[in-house]
Design a binder for this molecule. Structure first.
Ligand SMILES: [Zn+2]
Length: 156
């Protein structure tokens, strides 16, 4: 039968966790909050503090991720503009560089979207834009068969 953690259910848990995060000695915490030293050790070893921190930070992380998505979108826009220019100038080297850059961004974006799996509306919005972007890229690089092939490969 699982043992109930006396620290997790402690009315002063916030203070205790703070003390633990400050690396205060287990024994001092145990004495201060009238719990056993072994309970402190268990609470620590079972990563109860860490788990709770992760939960508390989830919302913040999603917010941060959305910021990153916005930035990526801005970079994507700029890179696509470069790509279009390169295509108009028939500058294959520059086009390939832009494609390379976009490819790395796509990798980063897909990673990010994977992390946002539990998100709500932002996911749908980003996904739509993602598909549009994907179509744009494939279209933009169509004059460069090698680049096109590389990107299509990376996208699939
Ligand atoms: Zn605990």
């Amino acid at each position: 039968m699982p043992r109930v953690c006396t620290l997790c259910s402690h009315p002063k848990r916030n203070e205790i966790d703070k003390a633990l995060l400050n690396d205060e000695p287990n024994q001092r915490i145990a004495t201060a909050y009238k719990v056993t030293e072994s309970a402190v050790r268990r609470h620590k070893a079972a990563r109860h503090v860490a788990l709770r921190m992760v939960k508390a930070q989830e919302r913040e992380d999603v917010r941060h991720a959305i910021d990153v998505v916005m930035q990526l979108k801005a970079i994507n826009g700029a890179t696509l503009a470069v790509l279009k220019e390169a295509r108009d100038d028939k500058n294959g080297d520059l086009a390939l560089k832009a494609v390379d850059r976009i490819q790395r961004q796509l990798e980063l974006q897909s990673k990010l979207l994977g992390e946002l799996n539990d998100g709500t509306t932002i996911n749908i919005t980003v996904s739509t834009e993602w598909l549009e972007l994907r179509a744009l890229i494939v279209q933009a690089i169509s004059p460069y068969p090698e680049a096109r092939e590389a990107v299509v490969k990376a996208l699939n």
